[in-house]
Design a protein. Structure first.
Length: 117
């Protein structure tokens, strides 16, 4: 059987994105990184890695794929992520009773914070 080992994000500013995603997910960098690639792993060892690949690319809106991050305290996590440099993305078609908040990292890569509480 196979499993998701790593999710790869293309980024422009590798240092800034490493700082953001490390703090956002409480992930730590693997020891062997390079100037154009960083593999972040869960501090606890549970869950997939997040790999950041410094490759200039065009941001697609809406994205073909995004991360869903589950939070026990959604409002607190949204505020924490905003303080780290994320932005909230408004979508006209979002239902009023949606259990998710659409956000973007400092480079515009979208993700959702899901209310798992």
């Amino acid at each position: 059987m196979i499993r998701v080992g790593s999710i790869v994000l293309r980024v422009d500013d590798l240092r800034r994105q490493t700082e953001f995603w490390s703090a956002a997910l409480d992930y730590v960098p693997r020891d062997e990184n390079s100037d154009d690639f960083v593999l972040l792993r869960p501090r606890t060892g549970e869950g997939p890695n997040l790999s950041l690949d410094r490759v200039r690319s065009t941001l697609q809106v809406p994205p073909r794929i995004h991360l869903d991050l589950y939070a026990e305290d959604q409002a607190a996590e949204v505020q924490r992520l905003l303080a780290l440099g994320a932005t909230e993305v408004h979508w006209d078609k979002k239902p009023a009773d949606a259990d998710y908040v659409i956000m973007a990292d400092p480079e515009g890569n979208r993700f959702c914070v899901i209310d798992a509480g």
